[in-house]
Ligand binder design. Structure first.
Ligand code: GCW
Length: 880
């Protein structure tokens, strides 16, 4: 571009920015219920929307439905609905359960049976006037119908002439939260609990009320609010009134309250000397407790149990079975309609890793299949989607086809424990969809997982979907603004698992960011590729994530899974990698599937590449279906994955000024961070496999970083070198840290031709201090500060390593051949301003029009203020 063109271009760009109306800053608290005002064209489509509403009934749920309708219509169409006691002579929206609607419009008949929670959006002509009808079998269905109508309007879809009956796929559409009574959340990444603080239910349950509304808006009908590693205090007499407060708020939105309980509760501080489920005193204790609960909470949903798992006590302590334990709780709940959700996550984490026949993946089936048919009818076995533990890629649990006479539900993990902890973008709906679509071939018939869990495959009375969400007090609920797509998508699949993944992505994007086609296209396409991207730089081919499984479950920790009893082994050695789980030569896990699925996994030839290492141990030179060797695929996919994260940053930048600045900056910060951390993952895994296998990368990338300057090789003042353990989590296995109370410096001479360069500084951001960094360019005329930043992220470790390694980018730094670059590190508490390396690359964009400073350094981190938790939606005065 010549100078004139450049000037014109920048002038046009500035004018464009000036002309773009400023978008209202948004925190994300409203999630997909923004009810943003429709623009001219779209609002004209709805100009005939009725100005009146008739609400047939006065239950709390119908009041919520009415207020929601008013809120949505006034927000989007700037119209205030008038409430009418009777059908008016002009058009109205009519809300009510079907019998009451039919009373005033007798000719109305739904096209099919309205089951529990189903709703029917239709229209009816009375005396020549067409009314819009939202009806259902129960009031909760009416509420769902209202949300559905509003969602259609927010997406500019037609609502006149509708005749749509929506039926939920399964009765159970629940959320689990893993909140602790002290206000922390196990595997929660978005602040403290919205339910508990200091050992009690929070005084202010405003956010819990907002949460219930969000859940109802997508058809979720139950929520267990505390950690499955349950605190027995929850069952104390003085705690029940506190739980009743939460139930009261949930009730307004048709969300049933449930709690997780510790099976040892009768013994732990409750007077008995046993919790043996076969002991009549224990049964009486549970009976009494259940009665107390229902006295306080008449619509209580049920109990969730984690037993004999990860140091939780269980029935095996007394030689009893999981069915004995489940049933002793289920019996007293039965007459009240309560459910026991008994988790199938029962396993021994002290397995002998030397025994090649041992396999944690077999545990759930081994424990529960023999008990099939022995559970009460109100017990649901809650099964994690894969046989291990929410890994980035697992086959489906064979237990889904191993329980024909027992109710079951699938447990999916919305909180991104193993998939980037809401710092990495990872839209999980494509993964869940694959799981739900998987054909188990039970009894050699078509039997997708979605039907097994919904109860249709084996004709069970109950079943469904449970999502572990772990939303917190952060304003935007899940910390990463794009992570809410996972909660939304979970609920949409629980309602209808036949929805298409791309429709879900588009719906969520439109509702969350508006209908600008470029915004919808860009964000949906980022969402849709993100799981595959995450998988490709954190360990592909079904090796499971190679994360630090003994610690945070976040950064790389390749050997952490080996040589211990946790059973997340990948068995990588000098020659090859993978777990042999075949019947012929391995652990026999494959034999837990029905024959057609088993045959596919038993044979190397028919095992899909993406699960190869889950089922087979192969040499690194084994050729995949895609024609590459296993090892070359590992190298390539890590490079491609890291590159894709850099592309996400660029894609997001095209949306600047199309999204409000606040959410734009919050997402950009996270994407930039992710692009840096993907390189940490890439290098750790590629270097580890290079060293372990001795086989080089055919493209010569691994272990060669010509534009990298290792910190330990720089000229150091007060900084000292340190070995990083494990070695692969730092470039060349070493870093430098500043143990002095004064700032330390590291200086080097890049010897580059004059020009503009991008300087990436790889440092370690420990979580118990806020070190500062300054970047200078030095030459004869003095020193020039070009950037500075604070290491104030909240990463999950206080150690130098894969969890804390962070990249800071400084764009378009002018360098001359003799210039030196200096990093000054200013330590703070235990954060020793550690540095790994600096990488310098030439700036391709000659205009330098991109940011000259990294926003990542300067933008506020996306931990939003917690002082004044924003309330969302309209004021639901009657509901608070
Ligand atoms: O994945 C593991 C988690 C634990 C969790 C457990 C479970 C609540 O690391 O934090 O405990 O699963 O699902 O019970």
């Amino acid at each position: 571009m010549n100078r004139l063109a450049l000037t014109l271009y920048s002038a046009a760009f500035s004018i464009m920015l000036l002309l773009t109306p400023a978008l209202r800053a948004e925190t994300g608290a409203e999630a997909w219920l923004r009810y943003a005002r429709l623009d001219g064209n779209a609002s004209r489509t709805y100009q005939n929307f009725p100005a009146k509403a008739v609400v047939l009934g006065d239950s709390a749920l119908l009041r919520s439905a009415r207020e929601e309708l008013f809120c949505g219509i006034s927000g989007m169409l700037t119209k205030s609905l008038h409430i009418e006691p009777n059908l008016p002579p002009d058009a109205a929206v009519v809300l009510g359960a079907f019998p009451s609607v039919q009373k005033i419009i007798p000719g109305l008949h739904p096209p099919a049976d309205l089951g529990e929670d189903a709703f029917w959006l239709t229209n009816a002509r009375v005396h020549g006037v067409r009314h819009l009808i939202i009806t259902a079998q129960n009031d909760r269905g009416v509420l769902y119908g209202v949300f559905s109508l509003l969602s259609k309007i927010a997406q500019h879809q037609p609502v006149f002439g509708l005749n749509e009956l929506q039926q939920p796929y399964a009765r159970v559409r629940w959320i689990d939260q893993w909140d602790n009574l002290d206000g922390t959340i196990e595997r929660g990444y978005a602040g403290r609990s919205i339910f508990f603080e200091n050992g009690a239910v929070r005084a202010d349950l405003g956010r819990a009320a907002d949460y219930a509304r969000l859940l109802a808006s997508v058809g979720i009908n139950g929520c267990a609010i505390n950690n499955v590693n349950a605190d027995p205090r929850l069952l104390r007499d003085d705690f029940l009134p506190q739980l009743a407060r939460v139930a009261k708020i949930f009730r307004l939105w048709g969300v049933q309250l449930a709690i997780s309980v510790d099976l040892a509760s009768p013994k732990t501080g409750a007077g008995l000397d046993t919790f043996d489920p076969a002991d009549p005193r224990v049964a009486a204790w549970w009976r009494n407790k259940v009665e107390q609960i229902y006295a306080a909470i008449p619509d209580f949903g049920g109990l969730v149990i984690k037993a004999d798992s990860e140091d939780r006590l269980g029935p095996s302590f007394y030689g009893r079975t999981q069915a004995d334990a489940a049933n002793v709780l289920a019996r007293p709940l039965q007459s009240r309609g309560g459910i026991v959700f008994y988790r199938a996550f029962v396993y021994n984490h002290h397995l002998d890793w030397r025994d090649a026949k041992n396999d944690r993946a077999k545990a759930a089936y081994d424990y529960f299949h023999p008990l099939d048919g022995k559970f009460e009818n109100n017990v649901i076995i809650q099964i994690k989607h894969g046989p291990i533990d929410f890994q980035t890629r697992e086959p489906v649990s064979p237990l889904f086809s191993g329980l024909e006479h027992t109710n079951q539900a699938i447990e999916l993990q919305i909180t991104q424990e193993y998939t980037g902890q809401q710092r990495h973008l990872c839209f999980l709906i494509p993964m869940w969809k694959e799981v739900l679509d998987f054909d188990l071939r039970a009894n050699d018939k078509h039997s997708p997982v979605m039907d097994a869990v919904a109860g249709t495959t084996f004709h069970r009375p109950a079943g469904g979907f449970v999502g572990v969400a772990n939303l917190g007090l952060d304003d935007n609920w899940l910390a990463h603004p794009l992570a809410m797509a996972n909660l939304y998508g979970f609920a949409r699949l629980a309602w209808n698992p036949n929805l298409s993944v791309s429709n879900i992505a588009q719906e969520w994007t439109t509702l969350t960011f508006g209908s600008d086609p470029q915004v919808v296209k860009t964000i949906s396409s980022m969402l849709l590729s993100s799981w595959h991207t995450y998988e490709s730089y954190t360990g592909p081919l079904g090796a499971q994530t190679l994360t630090d499984i003994l610690g945070s479950h976040y950064g790389p920790g390749i050997e952490s899974s080996e040589e211990n009893g946790w059973g997340q082994w990948h068995r990588a050695d000098h020659n090859g990698i993978g777990m042999d789980r075949t019947v012929a030569s391995g652990t026999g896990f494959v034999g837990q599937y029905w024959p057609q699925a088993a045959q596919m996994y038993e044979s190397l030839a028919t095992t899909p590449d993406e699960l190869l290492l889950f089922f087979h141990h192969v040499p690194y030179t084994y050729l995949l279906h895609n024609g590459k060797t296993v090892l070359q695929h590992i190298y390539d996919s890590h490079y491609e994955g890291a590159q894709a994260t850099a592309d996400y940053v660029r894609q997001w930048q095209t949306l600047r000024s199309r999204i409000d600045d606040q959410r734009y900056a919050a997402v950009l910060t996270r994407l930039e961070y992710q692009a840096g951390h993907a390189i940490v993952w890439r290098d750790a895994i590629c270097n580890w496999f290079l060293r372990t296998s001795g086989i080089p990368d055919a493209l010569g990338r691994v272990g060669r970083h010509p534009s990298r300057f290792e910190a330990e090789d720089m000229q150091l003042t007060d900084y000292s070198p340190v070995e990083v353990i494990p070695w692969e989590n730092a470039s060349a296995g070493q870093a430098i840290e500043c143990r002095s109370s004064q700032p330390c410096t590291a200086t080097f001479k890049p010897n580059l031709a004059a020009g503009r360069y991008r300087i990436d500084t790889q440092y370690f951001d420990l979580n118990d201090g806020e070190a500062k960094f300054r970047l200078y360019v030095l030459n004869q005329s003095g020193s020039r500060l070009v950037d500075e930043w604070t290491a104030n992220d909240h990463l999950p470790s206080a150690k130098i390593g894969g969890d804390t390694s962070t990249r800071h980018c400084t764009f378009a730094v002018l360098l001359a051949p003799q210039d030196e670059v200096r990093i000054e590190g200013i330590p703070d508490r235990s954060d020793h301003a550690a540095l790994d390396y600096v990488e310098i690359s030439s700036v391709l964009d000659p205009t330098g029009m991109r940011r000259t400073r990294s926003h990542a350094a300067n933008a506020p981190r996306t931990r939003f203020s917690k002082k004044a938790n924003p309330r969302i939606g309209c004021s639901h005065s009657s509901n608070q």
